[in-house]
Write a protein that binds this ligand. Structure first.
Ligand code: 1HN
Length: 338
């Protein structure tokens, strides 16, 4: 054995290892993503989600979800390095029991309507395209008192909490939480360009608004579409907690954009790997030179620092989410507009 190898072995026994062997990998000149572009066509997978509904009840599963796992991260339960995503099914008459945890969740309603989610004492009925949040450590349960299966996209900051080893979880005594406020209360009280006269948002308290109804989001984007679209984004907005002016979820930024019919965006990349879901319309996304056709309800993921551009067919509404607020608060986020 040569001297260097002998040296490495000797120091290894003392839990020491040479930086010079790993420096380039540790500090690459630009992000080297471990995430692969991927798309889940809703039409291809809907039957498997419904089949899961025949095999296991929502109560047995606690959350009956098929995880959207990045093909380059098998077994890691993640769609990007920092974000977990899954498709959750709740059948008529079912209940997903109440619990709370440190991980924050977002829901985007994709298929069917009429289920509800309850957050800390208030329910909201889930309608197509609604963006719903479950702030960290709020009690939440889901149920379906309607007459059709309801499927939504879940996004959680699970890998971030796992990385920090800071997660707690508790089950509630009752499966279904008692509601203490009527539906729509939070939106009226905190989401009408007003707030209760003595209200102050403590950054560590949960955001009060927990639903951003698609009907309102959609009509807002349509109102904006009388002006010129942005070259890279079409008409793109970020969701806000109006009490803070920041992302409704501290760890996950959420966005909605309208690409008018037949629009082509210029190539773009940013350091936040991003999950997209098509709420309405269809088109093609080119990621790192490869084209992926997408339709309504399809979900796709774009890795960090990877060029992409869109071509819409009809008017197309895309929801997206990423760890951008975390990167921004750390001074790490970068974008590159071609
Ligand atoms: C969770 O609580 C939900 O509340 C969804 O719907 C997915 C994945 C892991 C851990 C908790 C939900 C989850 C989850």
């Amino acid at each position: 054995m040569n001297d260097l190898k002998q040296f490495y072995q000797t120091i290894n026994e003392r839990n020491l290892t040479p930086l010079w062997e790993v420096l380039d990998a540790l500090v690459p000149p630009e992000p080297k993503t471990l995430i692969q572009p991927a798309i889940w066509h809703f039409e291809d997978i809907r039957d498997y989600i419904l089949e899961a509904g025949q095999l296991v009840t929502a109560k047995e599963a606690v959350r009956r979800v098929l995880i959207l796992e990045n093909p380059a991260q098998q077994g890691q339960s993640r769609i990007t390095q920092s974000i977990y995503a899954g498709l959750q099914l709740i059948l008529p008459g079912e209940v997903a029991p109440s619990h709370r945890h440190s991980q924050t969740a977002l829901r985007l309603v994709l298929d069917g309507e009429g289920a509800y989610t309850a957050v800390d004492g208030e329910r909201t009925i889930m309608r197509h395209g609604d963006f719903i949040i479950t702030p960290a450590y709020t009690w939440h349960d889901h149920g379906n008192e309607g007459n059709e299966p309801v499927i939504w996209l879940d996004g959680l900051d699970i890998p971030m909490v796992q990385f920090l080893e800071a997660g707690f979880m508790e089950n509630a005594k009752e499966d279904v939480q008692t509601t203490t406020r009527p539906e729509g209360d939070a939106l009226a009280r905190y989401g009408s360009n007003m707030a209760p006269v003595d209200f102050k948002q403590d950054p560590n308290e949960p955001a009060r608004i927990f639903v951003y109804p698609f009907a309102k989001t959609r009509s807002t984007l349509i109102a904006l579409s009388n002006t010129d679209p942005d070259r890279h984004f079409g008409y793109k907005m970020r969701f806000l907690n109006p009490a803070t002016g920041k992302s409704p979820i501290p760890t996950i930024g959420s966005f909605i954009q309208l690409l008018p019919a037949g629009y082509e965006t210029a190539a773009y990349r940013a350091t936040d790997s991003t999950v997209f879901a098509c709420l309405e319309g269809s088109g093609v996304v080119e990621i790192a030179g490869e084209s992926y056709a997408f339709n309504e309800k399809d979900v796709f993921v774009i890795p960090s620092w990877t060029h992409y551009r869109f071509q819409s067919t009809p008017d197309t509404f895309l929801f997206s989410f990423s760890d951008r607020p975390v990167q921004e608060s750390l001074g790490l986020w970068r974008e590159d507009k071609q």
